[in-house]
Design a protein around this ligand. Sequence first.
Ligand code: PLP
Length: 390
Amino acid sequence: MINEIAYGLGSNRSCIRELFEYGCRRAAEVGRENVYDYSLGNPSIPAPAAVDQAIRDILSDTPSLAVHGYTSAIGDLATRQAIADDLNARYAAGVRPEDLFIGCGAAPELVAVFRALAVSEAEVLAVAPYFPEYKPFVEGAGATLKVVPPDVPGFQIRLEAVEAMLSEHTVAIILNSPNNPAGTVYTRQTLENLAALLERKSAEFGHPIYIVADEPYRELVYGGVEVPFIPTIYRDTIVCYSYSKSLSLPGERIGYVYVPATATDNAALYAAIAGASRAAGHVCAPSLWQKVIARCAGLRPDLEAYDRNRKALYEGLVALGYEVAKPDGAFYLFVKAPGGDANAFSELAKQKDLLVVPGDGFGCPGYFRVCYCVSYEQIIKSLPVFGQLI
Ligand code: PLP
């Protein structure tokens, strides 16, 4: 008497995890330095020193019971205020603390949002290439995931494809920019065009089509490229944010959902998200980490190491003849597989202890993903191997 869907999700590892585990086994056999593992998006720069200092300060200036006790279910007011202040300083977005729900990272926040929106026959669009976990998140909420085909080679959004896929059942479209796996950033123009389409279609269908902005990589952007704050372009936007990547805290499980005051049915929507989180057992995000964020909401990561890796890998692969999407953000490169079969390429690469993830799972066959949150030495050592493979 075990739920089959849950069993399936728990017993079949994702292709990314498979590759990562394989890499660990190979590292034990041939040495870590001889395995070029580009499989997993685990940050490779440490959390800013100010985060560690904030922990020490909190432990010394806050009573233990307050540090470790339950917080308000929606998160400490001080934390929500600090996040609102930071967002307002950067985007003049009019964020109020009561618009923020402190969550345990983007994954449970997305789950709560999809559950909040999952009316009968609800459909959610995702734009390929997309984060594969959207599928279990959306389907677990009882909604249907529909995938908008990729806009190759620039990886913006094919508006005509979105329009063709919108229906009266569409409740939301998920956007992830900077993008995992493409490393691309949606331009203001792309977002404005999409907003105009969604406004027109929302009016036609008589209900809002929300943008769910999945933004763990918002601060990871290079060369001064703009990452527009989507609620300032489209009012029916729900932001799911995470400090996993921006402050290198993926194991600590902390982030927030932002429901703008201007969003349609915002109070009911907020209540539904809080209720869905409650039903999933995800309330009262880790107390210590809420207190850290209250002190560190304005911190930005030092991206120098990622940027150095990005340039070395991008320039190295292009010089070898690879076709690579322009990597403006996150810490991923998305590369066209020589010969067109990314699974075959990944298998071949694996034989040389080079681990890259085929794009099929991201809804984009023919490409492979390279996570460059690794050491610079790995990149330099692995380029000749990429050279042998093309
Ligand atoms: N969304 C995207 C696009 C991601 O890449 C990830 C993690 O890699 C997540 C969500 C989940 O992030 P979190 O650690 O905040 O749950």
